[in-house]
Write a protein that binds this ligand. Sequence first.
Ligand code: LRH
Ligand code: MN
Length: 387
Amino acid sequence: MPDLTTVKNALRAHRIETPSWAYGNSGTRFKVFPQAGVPRTAQEKIEDAAQVHAFTGVAPSVALHIPWDKVDGYGSLAAYAAELGVRIGTINANVFQDEDYMLGSVANPDPAVRRKAVDHLLECIDIMDQTGSADLKLWFADGTNYPGQDDIRGRQDRLAQSLHEVYARLGPQQRMLLEYKLFEPSFYTTDIPDWGTSLLHCIALGPKAAVVVDTGHHAPGTNIEFIVAILLREGRLGGFDFNSRFYADDDLMVGAADPFQLFRIMYEVVSADALRPEAGVAFMLDQCHNIEPKIPAQIRSVMNVQEATAKALLVDADALAAAQQGGDVLGANAVLMDAFNTDVRPLLANLRTEMGLDADPIAAYHLSGYGKKIVESRVGGVQAGWG
Ligand code: LRH
Ligand code: MN
């Protein structure tokens, strides 16, 4: 059995990044339900992210999305984040909302549109230089809706050429994280639809390019932990966009729809010794809290990742290896299920106490009155959202 001190040390060192856009209004094409107290500025989003770190102790960075978090001084924004005890993490580019990108951005048939898209990606690296961020995360809505609409291989050529120019601009300590998605908003082809296509582009680009696994971006029934194991084996798992879903890219709280899948994913990470921050896997949340209060939902999401990770760390690796080597199918499965069926909440509550935190982060957040304070103080202005 793994010793609890090792398990606790690994959990204490775990780092989960929250997304600025989860604190803003979000919804579906049917309706975005605004919530009182929602941030109006990047600064207020960072204030809310700092709350999640204050109560969990393991969420010290917040990902930005450009231009949703556009500010005049990214250096002073980073300084403000530091004052609040957090730092600016991954910079997410956005080439999926401008009218010019109707037929694509970096893979668009029109070279002027590709130029515009690449210039935005290069601007995001300028921002990383100011915020001290290491990771540029790229997700492209690029694709087609009807057979014949465009040349599939031609779009890959344009995509590769655009990515090469951006890759060349990366600083020595900077990375490009390439996110794939099966479909939506494109419904026939998506230019980066799966891990294989992302990996091929990463390998073609160089060692500073790695794949992002968004847990909501696969066909139903996909064995995501298999993909994670393969990417870890290749040394090309750059990170996760954690969320959960019952059907498509629902962006629900990670672990809410399928805690067993999250456990299986984290077990592949732990067994590859890739949980350590030095292993270079970015654990990011990418969620939309359309109907639930956003800060408690982010706290709950961080706790869900911690619970899945704690269970994965409790897998008796020696017993598992012995059963696997011995062809003991049921025995091996039972070792994993014993860990999954372990109630790790007391362990995590105890760890939080040892970290000087409240054992119950959500109750502590509500007791802090912060939720009420922002509803009273954030009156007027334009609430943040996806636009
Ligand atoms: C696309 C995506 C991508 C983001 C966006 C907020 O579905 O997962 O990671 O840029 O959501
Ligand atoms: Mn994502």
